[in-house]
Design a protein around this ligand. Structure first.
Ligand code: ADP
Ligand code: MG
Length: 265
């Protein structure tokens, strides 16, 4: 049978799966996003190979994997940015994405960047509220070029949040930030997540970031979800908690990285 693609735009239709009693973390109408048998190749290189995944509403999922393992490819598919994936996919929006590069339009001020493309009655007010939430009220009329890396990433988060996403896709949004700014951004993301409760898929190469933030950590390998580990330690998390120490070791082993050498993923 020919593989079937369900793009984000098409996903307001009911997915073609039995509706009966499907739990929110399983493929089905209750999930914030799900894919089944998702595949993507670039030429002869198969990057995603019949991958299955479901994300529950409000669940915070981190996706780790070696560089080139297909993390961004999966995220782009979920964002509806890749028309050439095959398989089944449902992400009944709104879906928002934030990338490592904040991608602000340089000739529009910060407020206008956040309000850009918003199809609601009062985009300016919504954008101001979002800037307030990320602590950028004072920079609303600044040009993007004058922002620090952390401020630009806050603006990017505000732009994602103002769309009130059911699914928030984050592709290594903090990896270009210095360590202290990154910790501040972790707290901000957790606060925003607690307030708005979107499902989150955070792509990161940083195992500690995944362990600090996520309800569940996925490892992508060989084009599939090679490991899925729940993280039940309450937040804020002590990175030395024995459960986290054990899970860190397990994840690093799965990634083939000796403990302490996480920078080169
Ligand atoms: P990750 O985000 O895990 O580092 P990517 O999903 O960006 O990995 O890429 C996975 C693989 O697919 C890499 O080998 C990359 O070179 C390849 N790839 C990604 N996008 C393209 C593209 N547009 N054309 C050709 N190859 C691509
Ligand atoms: Mg990537």
């Amino acid at each position: 049978m020919a593989p079937r693609l369900r793009s984000v735009e098409q996903s307001s239709e009911r997915p073609v799966v039995p509706a009966a009693a499907s739990p929110a973390h399983a493929p089905g109408p209750g999930a914030a996003a799900w894919v089944r048998g998702l595949s993507r190749a670039f030429g002869s290189r198969v990057v995603l190979d019949h991958l299955d995944l479901a994300i529950a509403p409000g669940e915070f999922v981190a996706l780790i994997g070696r560089s080139g393992s297909g993390k961004s490819t999966l995220l782009r598919a979920l964002a509806g940015l890749d028309r050439e994936v095959t398989g089944e996919l449902s992400a009944p929006g709104p879906v928002s994405v934030a990338f490592q590069d904040p991608r602000l339009v340089p000739w529009k001020k910060v407020l206008a960047n956040v309000a850009l493309g918003l199809r609601i009655a009062d985009p300016q007010t919504a954008a101001r509220t979002a800037l307030d939430e990320v602590g950028l009220t004072g920079r609303a009329s600044a040009w993007p070029g004058t922002l620090s890396g952390g401020e630009a990433q806050r603006a990017s988060l505000a732009r994602a949040l103002v769309r009130e996403p059911r699914l928030l896709l984050l592709d290594e949004p903090f990896s270009a930030l210095d360590a202290l700014t990154r910790i501040t951004m972790h707290r901000l993301v957790l606060r925003l997540w607690a307030a708005h409760r979107p499902a989150v898929l955070l792509v990161t190469h940083d195992v500690d970031e995944a362990l600090a933030l996520a309800d569940r950590v996925l490892v992508l390998g060989e084009g599939r979800i090679a490991q899925s580990s729940p993280v039940t330690v309450p937040r804020p998390r002590d990175r030395d908690h024995p459960d986290l120490v054990a899970l860190r070791l397990r994840l690093l082993t799965e990634l083939g990285v000796p403990a302490g050498e996480t920078d080169e993923l």
